[in-house]
Design a protein around this ligand. Structure first.
Ligand code: TMP
Length: 204
């Protein structure tokens, strides 16, 4: 049996990441291809509890507490990922790059601390491919404005999101694994096609 990949979707708010993962998930379902889909923070009942606490508008944790909560939510996902690692296609809506992009590049938490905890949690788990979704300020602003409700992480200023997005791009340049950058300011159907074409190649 060929090894099934872990495919991650990353990007800031309004970058189309969650839309694209849902397109892929529908495509796999329609083709009766088995897969596991996880979102972070969240993905299972325990992590979803932690997600609620982190993203609640009533919370005002400091940046280190946020880091530990995101990692706690990840910790609750690891056994499930481990169980299906290489056996099932695993789609993840945000993963380790999000922690470095938001908590380090966005908020200034020590990058080595983040890498150490990720390494401790992930052990042999490795991401095979990342779709990094990018959005410009105009579309980001308009897409956030359209949301019915905004959580605690939807309310940062443009400067913060720009730092985070630049961080994601930096990671795609320095990490020793494969990325595809998706420009979500362009035609949505074209992007969907680009992504599904790549998915075909990744899963065959
Ligand atoms: P979502 O709305 O895409 O589900 O993501 C929720 C928020 O969590 C989003 O603003 C990014 C943030 N986040 C981090 O700051 N660090 C992390 O490690 C993860 C997984 C998410």
């Amino acid at each position: 049996m060929s090894k099934k990949p872990i495919i991650v979707f990353e990007g800031i708010e309004g970058s189309g990441k969650s839309h694209h993962i849902s397109i892929v998930s529908k495509y796999l379902k329609n083709n009766k291809i088995d897969y596991l889909k996880i979102r972070e923070p969240g993905g299972n009942p325990n992590s979803e509890k932690i997600r609620k606490i982190i993203l609640s508008n009533k919370s005002n944790f400091n940046k280190n507490t946020d880091l530990f909560l995101y990692m706690a939510a990840r910790s609750e996902n690891i056994s499930q990922i481990q169980k299906y690692f290489h056996k099932k296609i695993i789609l993840i809506d945000r993963f380790t790059d999000s922690t470095i992009a938001y908590q380090h590049y966005g908020m200034g938490v020590d990058i080595n601390l983040i890498k150490t905890i990720n390494k401790f949690l992930l052990k042999n788990i490795k991401v095979d491919f990342t779709f990094l979704n990018l959005v410009n300020n105009k579309n980001l602003y308009e897409r956030l404005k359209k949301r019915k409700s905004l959580n605690r992480y939807d309310k940062f200023n443009m400067k913060f999101y720009n730092k985070v997005q630049r961080g994601f791009v930096k990671l795609s340049n320095i990490n020793n694994r494969k990325y595809q950058l998706i420009n979500s300011n362009l035609n949505i159907e074209k992007n969907e096609k680009i992504i599904l074409n790549k998915i075909d190649k990744l899963i065959k």
